[in-house]
Design a protein around this ligand. Structure first.
Ligand SMILES: [Zn+2]
Length: 190
């Protein structure tokens, strides 16, 4: 049984805007229906190196990943990615320094993926609460078979190539039960 976070009344199943049965508060409090979650990821490069974190929490605890986390209510995308990066790697980058980089759908877990990019001048970083380790690494330093999300390897290798060239395009990805694909939508400025 789920309860309203505002008044504690048991939520009831009702139809909602064509999205099937969802749990809503009978007293009319705003109870957000379940739906896709927004995952923000921070592609941060220092020269040819990208920032990684070793995940401390499930899923895929103990494996390396690009820092990422869920957007919270009331945040902008840039605020969300700046916060997640600070919490996980102790790297402080102002929200306005992030640029849109990779957008996509991870439909089998109902998540919208939004990767933002920023560059830094120093490899200074430290473990945050949710990280077992953090660091900036070159592409040839990564054990690609052991990363947390191998299905994203093509996307991360794309980021490595662009970091070496210091020219970043904008990409759209579809990650579904059937396909993993990443398309260049806007090429890097020449
Ligand atoms: Zn309520």
């Amino acid at each position: 049984m789920n309860y309203c976070p505002e008044c504690g009344i048991a939520l009831t199943a009702q139809s909602y805007q064509g999205r099937g049965e969802v749990l809503l508060c009978p007293a009319g409090h705003a109870c957000y229906p379940p739906g896709p979650k927004i995952l923000v990821a921070a592609f941060v490069n220092c020269g040819e190196k990208l920032l990684w974190m070793k995940r401390g929490n499930p899923p895929r605890a103990g494996h390396w990943a690009i820092p990422a986390g869920f957007m919270e209510n009331g945040e902008t995308l840039r605020e969300a990615v700046s916060r997640e990066l600070r919490e996980e790697t102790c790297v402080h980058i102002p929200p306005e320094n992030f640029s849109p980089y990779m957008i996509g759908s991870i439909s089998f877990i109902s998540e919208v993926y939004i990767g933002l990019h920023a560059s830094v001048d120093t490899t200074a970083c430290a473990c945050g609460e949710e990280a077992l380790d953090v660091g900036f690494f070159r592409e040839d330093e990564i054990d690609w078979a052991e990363v947390a999300y191998p299905s994203a390897n093509d996307a991360v290798k794309t980021a490595y190539r662009e970091a070496r060239e210091n020219r970043f395009g904008i990409y759209h990805g579809d990650f579904t039960d059937m396909i993993d694909r990443l398309d260049l939508v806007l090429p890097p400025p020449t």
